[in-house]
Each structure stands twice: as structure tokens, then as C-alpha cells.
Ligand binder design. Structure first.
Ligand code: AMP
Length: 117
């Protein structure tokens, strides 16, 4: 799908609106979710403008790995690794995606059910 640069995460990347930043590097940033669904809930997003996981291509392979590596490193840093944490990517409105800039949810600090809703 076409990337809309007015989406809220694009605005966070441009520092037009604030976020509780946890991490920043050349390829991605991570910040706390504004409506947390668990005691710990943060998002890892690429700087590259990709609307949905479904829009990622072969040229994004290293970037996708970096997002997951960053998610795990932050989960460890926040003390979530031993208790377990959930990683979620909603791709498309039917899956619950509401912000159309690719993002990895990381949730922890409670138990999670399966299958997810
Ligand atoms: P999704 O529904 O998978 O697209 O997830 C979007 C997530 O972004 C939701 O969990 C929202 O709570 C979160 N969110 C929306 N706006 C902001 C914001 N300004 N700062 C932090 N998180 C946000």
C-alpha cells in the first residue's frame, strides 16, 4: 500500500510529536505504547517508510532482523526476558493495524493467552 507520511509514527520519527523513547539508532527507534496492553508495552519501528509488514520486500531482510534483535535487546534491558514477552506485528486493518507505519509490538510483565484475539 502507499505510505502516508502524515501517520503518527512518521510524525514521531520527525520529532513533531513526543514519545517516551527507549532506543534510537540509524535504522530504528523504540518507544512506549501510549495505550499499553500490558505492564510493559513498547513499539520498535524502522526509520524506513514501510506501511505494513506485507509491504516489506527482499531489500528489507536485514532491517526486519534488526527490528527483532532490537526488540529482544530491549526486552532483556527492561527485565522481561525471564518472565517471557510477546512480540506482535499486525499487518493490515483486518489484523488490527491502526497506524500504517510498520511496527513491532513488545508486551511483557504479565501472562498471555493463546490463541490471541
Ligand atoms: P496497531 O493497532 O498494531 O497499528 O498498533 C498501533 C499502536 O500504536 C497502538 O497500540 C496504539 O496505542 C499506539 N499508538 C498510537 N499513537 C501513539 C503515540 N502517539 N505514541 C505511542 N503509541 C501510540
Amino acid at each position: 500500500m502507499t505510505y502516508d507520511p502524515t501517520n503518527v509514527f512518521a510524525r514521531i520519527l520527525r520529532k513533531e510529536i513526543p514519545a517516551q523513547l527507549l532506543h534510537e539508532d540509524e535504522h530504528c527507534i523504540a518507544f512506549r505504547d501510549a495505550a499499553p496492553q500490558a505492564p510493559a508495552h513498547f513499539l520498535v519501528i524502522p526509520r524506513r517508510p514501510i506501511a505494513r509488514l506485507a509491504d516489506a520486500g527482499p531489500g528489507d531482510t536485514a532491517l526486519l532482523g534488526h527490528l527483532l534483535q532490537t526488540a529482544a535487546a530491549l526486552a532483556r534491558r527492561l527485565g522481561l526476558a525471564d518472565g517471557g514477552f510477546r512480540v506482535v506485528v499486525n499487518s493490515g486493518a483486518g489484523a488490527g493495524q491502526s497506524v500504517f507505519h510498520l511496527h513491532v509490538h513488545v508486551l511483557g510483565g504479565r501472562d498471555f493467552g493463546w490463541p490471541p484475539g
